[in-house]
Design a protein around this ligand. Sequence first.
Ligand SMILES: NC(=O)c1ccc[n+]([C@@H]2O[C@H](COP(=O)([O-])OP(=O)(O)OC[C@H]3O[C@@H](n4cnc5c(N)ncnc54)[C@H](OP(=O)(O)O)[C@@H]3O)[C@@H](O)[C@H]2O)c1
Length: 274
Amino acid sequence: MPVSIITGSTAGIGLETARGLANNKHDLILVSRNKKKLNLLKDDIENKYQVNCEVFPYDLSLITSNINFFKDIKKKYNHIDFLINNVGAIFMDRIVTSEGIEKTFALNHMSYFTLSKLFSENYSEISIINVSSEAHRYIKLKKDDLQNLCNYYGWYAYKRSKLANIYTTYEINQRLKNNTASINCLHPGLVNTNFANNNSWYFNLMANIIKYFGITPLEGAMTTLYLANNKQVRDLSGLYFDKCRPRSSSRESYDIHTRKILWNYSEKLLSKYL
Ligand SMILES: NC(=O)c1ccc[n+]([C@@H]2O[C@H](COP(=O)([O-])OP(=O)(O)OC[C@H]3O[C@@H](n4cnc5c(N)ncnc54)[C@H](OP(=O)(O)O)[C@@H]3O)[C@@H](O)[C@H]2O)c1
């Protein structure tokens, strides 16, 4: 049975991804913050689909949690088939984590960066899927302000984090030492989930009106499930997918100079905790 990790798996797109993979007989490793929700989900999935499901309650906005999660897995599993970096949120107010890192950058980028790097360096046959967004278009990274210190605006911080997911995917793809591993990223669509509901009532209302026109979480999981459930796409790597097809990401996302700046900055940050 394939073994698949999904981050942010108790709600929305991650939850439907978990169900879809379990239905295709993947054993699951699920990560989110809420232990109670994770345990209920584990029971539900194991009963319904007859697969093994392990759950790990971690706050992935902390670099140390990402490292500890990786260490837990490394101790126990010699082989991982899929790592699906799906966790993500938008923060309309600038929040700093207990590690002193701006939270959009920490959760949406550093978690993807840390897990993609550690797993790709330690599991030679892994396929990594990074859930990015079409929101990555029409924005550039602020190379000298990657943690959004100046003039914070949550939507732009979110857009930059989703662009960072694509840079991370392209950089790791270039670093993969063999062609048995792969890494791709994707846009799930505009999906009617809990996304953005962690903000003020005004912003929630706006977000809920927009999401009302979105697709269902199951439909939003389709491209992730397509990449994880189809053997014929196993050899594809370094691509951006939308509606189960590869497509070009923004012109900016192919800028190697910016990609290297982000990589070096993130690596330096990670090295403080390793
Ligand atoms: N919804 C959309 O329209 C849309 C569009 C494009 C891209 N995306 C991307 O799709 C991905 C999934 O979004 P979604 O809409 O499914 O979101 P969602 O419904 O808000 O679900 C987020 C999941 O992440 C978990 N989570 C949140 N903060 C966490 C943290 N600090 N540590 C660990 N787990 C955490 C949540 O569980 P707990 O609260 O229990 O931790 C939940 O399981 C995100 O990367 C998002 O950027 C979404």
